[in-house]
Design a protein around this ligand. Structure first.
Ligand SMILES: *Cc1c(COP(=O)(O)O)cnc(C)c1O
Length: 391
């Protein structure tokens, strides 16, 4: 073909390869602290299964039982034929965990963010979001048609300046932030963000994807942990990380949730969450409530890994308030090589590169189900890397 309209895809792929940005999925066995990839057993420090629930027998049983009762698919959107009693049960359980008036379950966290932002703001409105926010928040802003401005990561003076400069020219304003930043592991300054929202009459959307089940005395998340439950905000999160299932949620006032049920396009026009995922999430929330010792074990592991890294003199460890611990490295090629060597040594970690993040890093995630010995083994292998001059 003289003018192949698809040829640009080959060139784009070539460019991705040249930059060491190329990625492809690898098949992993069942979830757990130890996983298998192509017959190799690996210590798993790469999953978001913080409480080790994704393979928990009780979640599996709940999913199987729900499938037997309700079938595999929900056959339609929630407003037509896709609503099951299980969905409401899950929404009540989430609202109870979060101590909000109500909650709404979406088919993924990504869809929850897209639909919520698109419903809350439009062309006449302003969104101010942290530069390191998750992709779903950024794309939600684009979908909404609102004017979206990023502020430098967690920099409150810069955000205040933007608010003073722009707030007046818009009808509504939505502040948007991850609570735990997914690729950095640090925590947003939530009390100050709540204050700014108050002062400038803005809504605040907090993404608790990595904090749900992890932070707070009852595992409700960072809003609970910072004492912000009594203050107005809209919280979203996912069922697919610490809760070991699939799906997303938004929690907030009765009115906000009622409004989303009528206006969030990614809830109205998509098929309801499967009975299996819904039932697994209900079982997970019960475990979060009834077994706080899992959360305690998770944080013990986080502390011991951090201590180990410090004692071993590992450099480039980014500030972290969560089970996500990142080690910054020179460039994409270095972090890829480090990931490859660790895998050879039996350890699975994520090598995260642009365009996902501005700078390349190893991303380690700790689970409640890791043993102290497994954490020590990770530190040991990282020390080995350092001795080979990687970092
Ligand atoms: C994973 C993640 C999401 C998306 O959740 P899914 O349920 O996986 O679609 C949204 N926000 C943040 C910060 C995340 O890390």
């Amino acid at each position: 073909m003289p003018n192949d309209p698809y040829i640009w895809i080959d060139r784009a792929l070539d460019a991705i390869h040249r930059a060491n940005w190329y990625r492809s999925p690898q098949a992993i066995s069942a979830p757990g602290a130890v996983v298998e990839i192509q017959g190799q057993r690996l210590l798993n420090f790469a999953s978001n299964d913080y409480l080790g629930l994704a393979g928990d027998r009780r979640l599996v049983e709940a999913a199987v039982a729900a499938t037997r009762t309700y079938g595999t698919g929900t056959t339609g959107s929630r407003l037509i034929t896709g609503h099951r009693p299980l969905h409401r049960e899950l929404e009540r359980a989430i609202a109870d965990l979060k101590q909000t008036e109500d909650a709404l379950v979406f088919s993924s966290g990504y869809l929850a963010n897209l639909g919520t932002i698109a419903a809350l703001v439009g062309k006449r409105d302003l969104i101010l979001g942290d530069r390191y926010n998750h992709s779903s928040l950024k794309n939600g802003a684009i979908l909404s048609g609102a004017t979206a401005i990023d502020y430098p990561h967690a920099e409150l003076p810069a955000l205040r300046e933007l608010l003073s400069q722009h707030r007046d020219q818009y009808r509504r304003c939505l502040l948007v932030t991850d609570s735990i930043f997914s690729m950095d592991g640090d925590l947003a300054p939530l009390p100050a963000l709540l204050d700014l929202a108050d002062e400038f009459s803005c809504m605040l959307l907090v993404d608790e994807a990595h904090a749900t089940g992890v932070l707070g005395a009852t595992g409700a998340g960072a809003i609970e942990a910072c004492g912000g439950r009594e203050r107005p905000s809209i919280q979203m999160g996912t069922l697919s990380k610490a809760l070991g299932s699939l799906g997303g949620y938004v929690a907030g006032s009765r009115q906000a949730i009622d409004f989303l049920r009528n206006r969030a396009p990614t809830w109205i026009y998509t098929t309801g969450l499967s009975p299996a995922d819904t039932a697994a999430a209900i079982a997970a929330i019960a475990i979060v409530r009834d077994e706080p010792e899992r959360r305690a074990r998770l944080w013990q592991n986080v502390a011991s890994l951090k201590q180990g890294l410090e004692r071993a003199g590992i450099e480039g460890v980014l500030p972290s308030d969560s089970p996500i611990i990142c080690i910054q490295m020179r460039d994409a090629a270095t972090v890829l090589e480090a990931g490859r060597l660790l895998k050879k040594a039996g350890i699975l970690v994520a090598a995260v590169r642009p365009p996902t993040v501005p700078t390349s890093r190893l991303r380690l995630t700790v689970m409640a189900s890791h043993t102290p010995e497994q954490c020590a083994a990770l530190v040991d292998r990282l020390k080995g890397l350092k001795e080979r001059g990687l970092g």
